[in-house]
Design a binder for this molecule. Structure first.
Ligand code: MRU
Length: 372
């Protein structure tokens, strides 16, 4: 994505010293654009846990580079226990996003085949770059498939704006480039299709208000920010043509974990006969589980994220303020699960697929062998 005419990915090795990995600190967006350097495993773990980086794809790519950081600092001798401890530390940082565990496993498998320290460093760097490149490529392909769904609606509406509602940020900032839910949106905009996006603000962390609104503005996509509870009303009044969201983990049966509040949008879309699409690269599938509500671990974060809000003051300072009475107890579930029956289809890098086991395996037949 371009920021002030310069193309950025959300994570990249420093060209001057590839032991340093650069990220954009998303806690400060949209008011400050700050690049942060990550070097040690602790840096990477903190960046993921405290959401300097976030979003399933980017968490996965960051975990890939974190294992490279671990390889750089590995002790001499047999490193088996060391790498498995590093993997364990990373897996615990954000439990819901499948891409994190997927990237760590991919690195462990690759590192395990190497015989010495130098080759482990070289290999883990190569794999980290592959994970990042693949993430960007898959998101671009999601855009190529998803744009057809938007084009169909546009045709039916004779070129009147297609109104798309999205929740949270499954955008460029949640991946290495393009985004998942936003890839079809950016492709439609680039193709000259008349679109307009309703952006859920997405309490409590406000990924929609802070990140999606910023991305869409940078890309020149017409959009309107709405309070989280507005979507149902808009749908009842035919102001939404389709919903596109991302996902942090999707079962092999098509149940979708995504940012808290997604389920309520899916219910409202179902009640109003509005298509509800979920965009994901295949790295987000959890091929081992069938029952999203029973089996997907839901991250619970600090209640402070509910109680406090941050923003820009009139004199351009970033400030955090308390909203409820001091000492109010709050609970902060990061995600909820939308059952497959409420999902119109999944948009993947291989195409658009119905959210059920048979169709998902028809599209990804090579994964069937691992599942009973
Ligand atoms: O807590 P976050 O910001 O990491 O969660 C991200 C989301 O839940 C997004 O909705 C997104 O759809 C999934 S990440 C592609």
């Amino acid at each position: 994505m371009k920021i002030k005419n310069r193309h950025y990915r959300t994570i990249w090795p420093d060209p001057a010293d590839r032991r340093i990995i650069n990220i954009i600190d998303q806690r400060l967006l949209p008011h400050r654009f700050v690049i942060e350097e990550l070097r040690t495993l602790a840096d990477f773990a903190t960046a993921i846990r405290d959401m300097h980086v976030r979003g399933a794809g980017l968490i996965g790519a960051t975990a890939g580079f974190a294992m490279y950081g671990a390889a750089l600092a590995a002790p001499t001798g047999d490193p088996g226990a060391y790498f498995s401890d590093c993997a364990q530390l990373l897996r615990a940082t954000r439990p819901t996003a499948k891409n994190l565990a997927w990237a760590v496993e991919r690195q462990l498998a690759a590192i395990g085949l190497e015989k010495d320290r130098d080759s482990r460093i070289k290999k883990s760097f190569q794999v980290a770059c592959e994970i990042a490149d693949e993430d960007a490529l898959f998101c671009r392909r999601i855009g190529e498939h998803g744009v057809k769904l938007i084009a169909e609606i546009s045709k039916r509406k004779n070129g009147q704006p297609v109104n798309i509602l999205t929740h949270c940020n499954a955008g460029w900032l949640a991946f290495v480039d393009y985004g998942s839910a936003t890839a079809p949106i950016y492709a439609a905009h680039a193709a000259g299709i008349n679109i307009h996006v309703y952006v859920d603000e997405t309490r409590p962390w406000l990924q929609g208000a802070r990140l999606t609104a910023w991305e869409l503005r940078e890309e020149g996509v017409p959009h309107t920010l709405i309070a989280d509870n507005t979507g149902g009303h808009l749908m009842q009044h035919a102001m939404v043509d389709m919903v596109i969201v991302g996902t942090d983990r999707t079962t092999r049966t098509g149940d979708v974990a995504n940012k808290i509040g997604t389920y309520l949008k899916a219910l409202a879309a179902h009640d109003n006969n509005i298509p509800f699409y979920v965009a994901l690269p295949s790295s987000t599938f959890d091929w081992e589980i069938e029952d999203g509500i029973g089996q997907i671990p839901i991250e619970e974060r600090s209640g402070d994220e509910v109680n406090y809000v941050s923003g820009l003051t009139a004199d351009n300072r970033l400030e955090t303020v308390l909203v409820p009475p001091a000492g109010t107890r709050s609970q902060n579930f990061g995600f909820d699960v939308t059952p497959a029956r409420l999902v119109t289809a999944l948009i993947t890098e291989r195409g658009v697929v119905a959210a059920n086991r048979e169709e998902i395996f028809r599209m990804f037949p090579e994964m069937k062998k691992d599942c009973s």
